[in-house]
Design a protein around this ligand. Structure first.
Ligand code: SF4
Ligand code: MG
Length: 329
């Protein structure tokens, strides 16, 4: 059976003045209805570019997709006409962006902006569309929605503005919702509330949810499964609890060890040494080798494939068994 959304061996490259950047290098993942996938990675790992390819919002050129498919209910979106694509974008597959303040128009009320979704896409009249806007503001738990529907974006806090963005993104009942770093600009408590809201909405409407983040700490309670990206590839995929219990790639292990934990108060936090690689000058072999405490000789020459650990787990590390068993130090 075909998943709701399947990214299959996706490659995205950019032509730059300095040379060719392979931003996404053979990425595959799937999301089903009612399932939530966290895509984790540092900036430049290719996680946002993959999402932009799904949405069809990459600038081409300079971007190019030399290989791969993005199948939505079995149809490869990359082969659709622009017009067919725009019927899906924002309606059946919607996206929430990081920066709610710049995404909202400062000169229109939030009610007007939310209700625009219904006026433009559902042909509703102003009054009905405005009523729907209030309903949606309730649904994303904006207090006193009826009173606040005619307020302007700047009259809301950052967290409330993000809720307004979420309201707009779910207005047309999308089947897939992609949230790209939806909480990065917010403080920790508000981050948790927004994540909780996304999880609730996802359960209520049985959407497929893709949560893109650089912060492993915020997705633990929300995601079912996780794909860890590094330098344009997936280095580990796993059910979220399996990865938390026992990561199967040194990079995931490093990320996990750098999350503050209540049970380890006072201990020094581990941080992964070094920087992500320059995509114009990728290290040979395993791209993580310059930073890897587990590195051996062949890591510098042999690119690790995504080894299958089980039916639901994979790791792109030659020594994943030792990493899982904790036998390599
Ligand atoms: Fe580290 Fe080698 Fe595994 Fe890469 S393949 S993550 S360098 S041990
Ligand atoms: Mg990004």
């Amino acid at each position: 059976t075909e998943p709701l959304l399947a990214v299959d061996n996706l490659h995205v490259e950019f032509t730059t003045r300095q040379g060719l950047v392979r931003a996404v290098n053979g990425v595959s993942y799937t999301v089903n209805a009612g399932e939530s996938l966290a895509v984790l990675g540092e900036s430049g790992s290719g996680k946002s570019v993959t999402a932009q390819a799904i949405m069809g919002i990459l600038d081409m050129p300079p971007a190019r997709i030399p290989k791969g498919e993005v199948r939505f209910r079995g149809t490869d979106l990359l082969k659709l006409s622009d017009q067919a694509r725009s019927q899906i974008r924002g309606q059946r597959i919607a996206m929430i962006f990081q920066d709610a303040l710049s995404a909202l128009n400062p000169v229109f009320t939030v009610g007007w902006q939310i209700s625009e979704m219904f006026r433009v896409h559902r042909g509703m009249g102003k009054r009905d569309a405005m009523k729907k806007a209030v309903e949606l503001m309730d649904r994303v738990r904006i207090p006193a929605a009826k009173q606040r529907v005619n307020d302007y974006p700047h009259q809301f806090s950052g967290g409330m503005r993000q809720r307004i963005m979420i309201a707009m993104s779910i207005a047309l009942d999308p089947e897939v919702l992609i949230a790209d770093e939806p909480t990065t600009a917010l403080d920790v408590t508000v981050q948790a509330q927004i994540m909780e809201l996304l999880a609730e909405l996802q359960r209520e409407s049985n959407m497929g949810l893709i949560l893109i983040t650089h912060d492993l700490g915020v997705v633990a309670d929300v995601a079912d499964k996780i794909a860890v990206m590094y330098a344009g590839r997936i280095v580990e995929n796993a059910p979220v609890h399996d990865l938390y219990k026992n990561p199967g790639h040194p990079y995931s292990k490093g990320l996990l060890d750098s999350i503050p934990r209540v049970d380890q108060k006072g201990q020094d936090l581990y941080a992964i040494k070094g920087l992500p690689p320059n995509l114009l000058d990728m290290p040979p072999g395993c791209a993580f080798h310059p930073r890897c405490p587990y590195r051996r000789d062949n890591c510098v020459t042999d690119v690790p494939p995504l080894y299958e650990i089980s039916g639901t787990r994979g790791s792109a590390c030659h020594y994943y068994r030792e990493v899982l068993d904790g036998t390599v130090e």
